[in-house]
Write a protein that binds this ligand. Structure first.
Ligand SMILES: Nc1nc2c(c(=O)[nH]1)N[C@@H](CN(C=O)c1ccc(C(=O)N[C@@H](CCC(=O)O)C(=O)O)cc1)CN2
Ligand SMILES: NCC(=O)N[C@@H]1O[C@H](COP(=O)([O-])[O-])[C@@H](O)[C@H]1O
Length: 208
């Protein structure tokens, strides 16, 4: 099978990127990493990319007048590297999708969308607010990215319990374990051409 040419967008620790690299090294993910793009020159995640010999590019938001110009630079790089799928892993900037990349950008969000998502909801804040609200179930969501935060068609979700003894740290750890399975599974489904988008509804066809 042809491997899917992917790029990963990061802003910080790169824990999602590291997990994808580990899956690819274990030959459980049919992808070739073309590029890691960071919005932050000091992102720790860049070390994971360099250790895996993946080319890196820094595209800082502050170097561009508008989110549109910043996003356009990111998609120009994707075109130059013939990227088929762009994956957000802890990316915090607002991305405006180039028409040719519609339904070719995905994100993993650490809650069950449409709960605890949108502007201001990223990283540990998501879990802090879920614990404060007292929900009994949380989880993670992989979705296609459109021009609104955490709004595009949902590809897959996985849930876990939330206990009244949980802190934002303990919940983050439990959800992250789910993320480490769900995102590679979703990417593999896209690579195997098993994912079909019909309006807002995504059909993920099983392997027969
Ligand atoms: N067009 C889209 N862009 C982005 C999406 C998306 O779904 N559509 N997802 C985010 C990732 N994300 C959660 O999954 C997320 C990240 C950041 C924010 C946020 O509130 N950001 C702050 C700025 C933070 C900073 O610069 O340090 C803000 O906008 O005020 C919300 C959701 C990535 N982009
Ligand atoms: N709203 C998006 C969001 O909150 N993403 C979350 O950032 C973490 C990875 O960040 P890292 O790569 O900086 O470790 C992941 O848990 C991901 O779900």
């Amino acid at each position: 099978m042809q491997k899917l040419r992917i790029a990963v967008l990061i802003s910080g620790g790169g824990t999602t990127l590291k997990n994808l690299i580990d899956w690819q090294l274990a030959r459980e993910l049919p992808v070739d990493f073309q590029l890691v793009i960071s919005s932050n020159p000091d992102a720790q995640g860049l070390k994971h990319a360099r250790a895996a010999s993946i080319p890196t590019q820094i595209v800082s938001r502050k170097d561009f007048a508008t989110a549109q110009e910043h996003s356009a630079r990111i998609f120009d790089l994707c075109q130059e590297h013939d990227v088929q799928l762009l994956v957000m892993g802890g990316y915090v900037e607002h991305l405006l999708i180039a028409p040719e990349y519609e339904n070719r950008v995905i994100n993993i969000h650490p809650s069950l969308i449409p709960s605890f998502c949108g502007q201001g909801y990223y990283g540990k804040r998501v879990h802090q607010r879920a614990v404060e609200y007292g929900v009994k179930t949380s989880g993670c969501t992989v979705h296609f990215v459109d021009n609104e935060y955490d709004h595009g068609p949902i590809i897959a979700q996985r849930a876990c319990a939330v206990y009244d003894t949980d802190t934002s740290d303990s919940l983050q750890n439990r959800v992250f374990e789910l993320e480490c399975q769900l995102l590679p599974e979703a990417i593999a489904a896209i690579a195997e051409e098993r994912v079909e988008v019909r309006g807002r509804v995504v059909h993920v066809h099983a392997i027969i």
